[in-house]
Design a protein around this ligand. Structure first.
Ligand SMILES: NC(=O)C1=CN([C@@H]2O[C@H](COP(=O)(O)OP(=O)(O)OC[C@H]3O[C@@H](n4cnc5c(N)ncnc54)[C@H](O)[C@@H]3O)[C@@H](O)[C@H]2O)C=CC1
Ligand SMILES: O=C(O)[C@H]1O[C@H](OP(=O)(O)OP(=O)(O)OC[C@H]2O[C@@H](n3ccc(=O)[nH]c3=O)[C@H](O)[C@@H]2O)[C@H](O)[C@@H](O)[C@@H]1O
Length: 481
């Protein structure tokens, strides 16, 4: 029986390995992590991450050929294929701080593999890493390997949160990069055989190591670039009376451009887009390519601009001050169908409003008060370290913030409502009831274009929708970005 071990039981390691176990009943899959509570949760009925469809997959194979354990050494030693899916955060200190990937966790995983291995192994980079990481990992492994042979493969993951199970069941492609030697090709074939249990052969792409590593950074940069492009257009739409949804639709009808990933928003979030682009920028700078670095940096700059533009719009519309005004925040996760708040635009928007002394009342169907308070206090990039290794936040909370489990409670007595995540339930709230319980004039700032602006205007709201023609009220109170 082929044995797979995955180091890192997070948003990628957990779902990916669960699907491999489901599709390959004859392969034993063990997911290991140093973070005990997380492994405990994987072994319970309350999985550590919320992901539609994940519970069913785990239930079917946990205990059969899928296991979760903290015994990293034992399971790495026994495995034929070791996936590494640990954190690769942005460095917060030292050389490359604020841009370069922090490979501390990767290096520690690689050293562990080298230390405990007694047989040859295929080591698979599942984490997103800088191009050329495999070379460094090879050095660590071969340096300590006591004659044991390791083959390194790059097999980046392209799943998106909220749709992870569907993405894993039916991937656009599986990418495997390896050495062009006979041993490298043999390792590629072994991993191909795993995916071939359910992925059609023409969707399994094989490349050299560096192409695979770089393709992952490139794919995220291209995706984020589309959002920044449409968000840049949204500002121009507001200035000219064009409607960004109509522009996106018309542009996306060109088959060369395509319709996906053209939704204007308050900004992209999530654990990877910003981190991976910063990493790309750093790699370009290190390779003496400042123009290329500048080009990609602009994707982040527009994203930051979009978030601050939104805050400015809120404040300027409300007579240039939100001091002591209750503002309801609907949605805190970085997108719908996930409880993940890593790099969510809601953090920047809330911090912006708090900077203007607003009182925030936050509701998200999947995010706890504890998480929200931690996010609002935490320093940039600290969030991307394993929870038990994150710097302890001061034992305090942001006093001007309250968190509720009910949208109507959050909006009661508020001057304004900001919609920051596109949860489906926000489309069907009783906005008349919300309006009746708010201060007047009552504002809705829709950062995801989920509500029907016309209907809300009929109720009496002043409505701002990203990239849509502006209400007369908003035109009279221009926001300075
Ligand atoms: N979250 C996502 O949707 C995607 C993430 N990625 C990439 O996958 C990688 C992992 O991301 P996530 O799963 O989101 O991170 P995560 O933070 O949810 O999980 C990483 C896990 O690795 C564990 N870990 C760290 N060092 C360890 C060590 N030495 N030994 C054992 N366990 C260790 C941590 O305790 C943590 O549970 C990152 O490189 C990320 O860029 C790639 C595609 C999608
Ligand atoms: O490397 C990663 O971590 C992953 O990053 C993204 O996945 P994810 O961040 O989970 O979610 P997305 O659906 O890409 O959304 C990212 C952000 O962009 C925003 N977005 C997305 C699409 C759009 O049209 N407009 C828009 O503002 C979302 O609301 C969200 O805040 C990529 O889509 C995955 O392919 C990749 O594997």
């Amino acid at each position: 029986m082929v044995k797979i071990c995955c180091i890192g039981a997070g948003y990628v390691g957990g779902p990916t390995m669960a699907v491999i176990a489901l599709k390959c009943p004859k392969i034993e899959v063990v997911v290991v992590d140093i973070w005990e509570p997380r492994i405990k949760a994987w072994n319970s009925d309350q999985l550590p991450i919320y992901e539609p469809g994940l519970d069913e997959v785990v239930k079917e194979c946990r205990g059969r050929n899928l296991f979760f354990s903290t015994d990293v050494e034992k399971h790495v030693a026994e495995a034929d294929i070791v996936f590494v899916s640990v954190n690769t955060p942005t460095k917060t200190q030292g050389l490359g701080a604020g841009k370069a990937a922090d490979l501390t966790y990767w290096e520690s995983a690689a050293r562990k593999i080298a230390d405990v291995s007694k047989s040859d192994k295929i080591v698979v980079e599942k984490s997103t890493v800088p191009v050329k990481t495999a070379e460094a990992i090879e050095k660590i492994l071969t340096h300590n390997s006591k004659g044991i042979k390791f083959q390194i493969l790059s097999n980046p993951e392209f799943l998106a949160e909220g749709t992870a199970i569907g993405d894993l069941f039916n991937p656009d492609r599986v990418l495997i990069g390896g050495r062009e030697t006979p041993e490298g090709q043999k390792a590629i074939q072994a991993l191909k055989d795993v995916y071939a249990h359910w992925v059609p052969e023409d969707r399994i792409l094989t490349t050299n190591l560096w192409s695979a590593e770089l393709s992952k950074l490139a794919a995220n940069a291209f995706l984020a670039q589309r959002i920044s492009s449409v968000n840049a257009m949204s500002a121009l739409c507001e200035a000219t009376g064009a409607d960004v949804a109509e522009v996106s639709y018309a542009v996306g009808k060109d088959t060369r451009i395509g319709p996906k990933f053209l939704n204007s928003s308050v900004g992209f979030g999530g654990s990877c887009f910003q981190k991976d682009i910063l990493n790309l920028v750093y790699i370009c700078e290190c390779n003496g390519l400042p123009e290329v670095a500048e080009y990609w940096k602009q994707v982040i700059k527009i994203n930051d601009y979009q978030k601050s533009r939104f805050v400015n719009r809120v404040v300027s519309s409300m007579f240039n001050t939100v001091s002591q005004k209750k503002i309801a925040i609907l949605g805190f996760a970085f997108k719908k169908d996930t409880g993940d708040t890593r790099e969510t635009p809601a953090i920047d928007v809330c911090q912006g409003l708090l900077g203007d002394k607003a009182l925030l009342s936050i509701y998200d169907p999947q995010v706890t008060e504890d998480q929200i308070q931690r996010d609002l206090i935490m320093k940039k990039f600290d969030w991307d370290h394993p929870l038990h290794l994150q710097p302890k936040s001061p034992n305090s909370s942001v006093k001007q913030v309250s968190v509720t489990w009910d949208a109507y409670e959050a909006t009661k007595g508020a001057h304004g409502v900001c919609i920051l995540t596109e949860w489906d339930e926000f489309k069907t709230l009783d906005y008349k009831r919300i309006y009746d319980n708010m201060q007047k004039p009552a504002f809705v700032f829709d950062g995801r274009n989920v509500v029907n602006g016309e209907k809300l205007r009929e109720i009496g709201f002043i409505v701002y929708s990203i990239g849509k023609p502006l209400d007369a009220w908003l035109k009279d109170m221009p926001a300075i970005a």
